[in-house]
Design a protein around this ligand. Sequence first.
Ligand SMILES: Nc1ncnc2c1ncn2[C@@H]1O[C@H](COP(=O)(O)OP(=O)(O)OP(=O)(O)O)[C@@H](O)[C@H]1O
Length: 230
Amino acid sequence: MTALVEVRNLVKTYGEGEAETRVLKGLDLDLETGELAALLGPSGSGKSTLLTILGTLMRPTSGSHRMLGEDLTTASDRDLTEFRNRHIGFVFQFHHLLPDFTALENVIFPAAVEAGRETREARERGRELLVRVGLEHRMDYLATKLSGGQKQRVAIARALMNQPELVLADEPTGNLDRESAMQVMDLIGEINGREKTTFLISTHDEKIAEICRRQICVVDGRAEMGRERA
Ligand SMILES: Nc1ncnc2c1ncn2[C@@H]1O[C@H](COP(=O)(O)OP(=O)(O)OP(=O)(O)O)[C@@H](O)[C@H]1O
């Protein structure tokens, strides 16, 4: 069986000459369908860099990156954008919701971009997702009127809008109190269990990492695999 994501000998350097920083130094990583994995590592070890490359938002300096059997290192920018919209969802620490739009409008935004317009089906799926994340009573609230935990739940619903196989989350609970963080993790766990969506979650929080079935640590530019838990 081929992995959902297959990364080999990934290298990423920033800058040139004396200012060159080699962040990823030949990293190998496989992610299977349905995994719930934490991405750990000291500050500056390259977690965000790796997530940005896996999300096709930045190209590696060298190495191979495949997802769903497609070679993404040689794909055109246009093909990458299409691939990203269809197959990858993102959740960030600072949710990046559009403040002047409602929760529902924020959720259906990716589908509207993909389709070039807002469809009735998209509105329906957006509503369903907001119900699933427990925000049926906040659909028409402006994003600015939501609490931090609620905003993050909207961000998760938005990430799921186009039914991605992979969701990349960069410190999704970093800005939340313990209770909201656990609610967000419960939600991610439920979606992962039910829909087999693969999640890769970068975190500094050991408790969050423990909830994940697998821990992957970026150390000295390479990935060290943690033990898989049943
Ligand atoms: N655009 C850039 N240009 C130059 N250097 C960069 C750039 N982005 C990141 N870096 C450097 O690459 C290294 C890895 O950064 P990255 O943000 O990937 O680490 P991280 O593990 O996510 O850190 P943190 O846990 O603090 O968020 C750091 O030394 C950083 O300074």
